[in-house]
Design a protein around this ligand. Structure first.
Ligand SMILES: Nc1ncnc2c1ncn2[C@@H]1O[C@H](COP(=O)(O)OP(=O)(O)O)[C@@H](O)[C@H]1O
Ligand SMILES: [Mg+2]
Length: 274
């Protein structure tokens, strides 16, 4: 499996992604403002899984979307291997962004219901023509295999698939663009608990095989402890704590992090047990 090389540009050394002063302010009515992301600084190294945790409303999704410029950041820069995404024109952005793919929480919402799995996975190649394989159908079957789906799913519609299978299809679609960064916004939160572990296992295997870097957004601390190399704790748009996973969990400094940890029953067990 996965023997093909991901032809990522490797002209620059250092982090894959360097985010500096990233800020997003939503303008409401009557001059009301929501500072959803107050100015985030972080780097993402090759092959690492950086998790962003925080309760609902803390700005995680806004951060993820701003990084990929799915929404326009108010300020800051997002440098991907030497290229600042902020300030690129539409065409250049599209070209660069294929290296950074987003996986959303709800695959049902992100997969067009009328399209077949084949169409869903092959569609991005019409935009990124240089990636169009010689035999797109064979390549789609290969991608399905890579995400643990049977080749027979190729003509199915999203409604015929389970939640876990739909998420596998979104992952296959992203992989079809040979990305090296995946931004995963609560990728398993919408799935049954029994299915969550399977999809997480797949994501971890793919990360290993393909050398992917993950920006992994989650409110599930037990999960984050399992998958992340480093953790940023977000509260009201700010990182209140940032460090290696073991440090955050064993020696949380910020009061908010401690509160977050003590509010997670699964983690309390984690801490007391093995
Ligand atoms: N499109 C939007 N317009 C206005 N406010 C928004 C928008 N999207 C998010 N927000 C606000 O920004 C804050 C952070 O939201 P979000 O990034 O979705 O948090 P999280 O993903 O951590 O739950 C919240 O106060 C939310 O209401
Ligand atoms: Mg969110």
């Amino acid at each position: 499996m996965a023997s093909e090389t991901h032809d990522r540009p490797d002209t620059t050394e250092g982090p894959v992604l360097e985010v500096t002063g990233l800020r997003k302010v939503f303008e409401g009515r009557h001059g009301a403002q929501t500072v959803a992301v107050a100015g985030a600084d972080f780097t993402l190294s090759a092959g690492e899984c950086l998790a962003v945790v925080g309760e609902s409303g803390s700005g995680k999704s806004t951060l993820a979307r701003s990084v990929l410029r799915l929404i326009e950041p108010t300020a800051g820069s997002v440098v991907y291997r030497g290229t600042d995404l902020v300030g690129l024109d539409k065409r250049a952005l599209r070209r660069t962004r294929r290296h950074l793919q987003m996986i959303f929480q709800d695959p049902y919402a992100s997969l067009h219901p009328r399209q077949t799995v084949y169409r869903l996975i092959s569609e991005p190649w019409r935009v990124h023509r240089d990636l169009m394989p010689d035999r797109p159908r064979d390549r789609v079957a290969e991608l399905l295999d890579q995400v643990g789906m049977p080749a027979s799913a190729i003509d199915a519609h999203p409604a015929q698939l389970s939640g876990g299978q739909r998420q596998r299809v979104s992952i296959a679609r992203a992989l079809g663009l040979k990305p090296d960064v995946l931004v995963l916004d609560e990728p398993v939160s919408a799935l049954d608990v029994s299915i969550q572990a399977q999809v997480i296992t797949l994501l971890m295997e793919l990360q290993q095989e393909l050398g992917l870097s993950y920006l992994f957004i989650s409110h599930d601390l037990a999960l984050v402890r399992l998958v992340a190399t480093r953790v940023a704790v977000m509260y009201r748009g700010e990182f209140v704590e940032f460090g290696p996973t073991s440090e955050i969990f064993e020696r949380p400094q910020a009061e908010y992090t401690r509160a977050l940890l003590s509010a997670s029953p699964a983690l309390a067990e984690f801490g007391s047990g093995a």
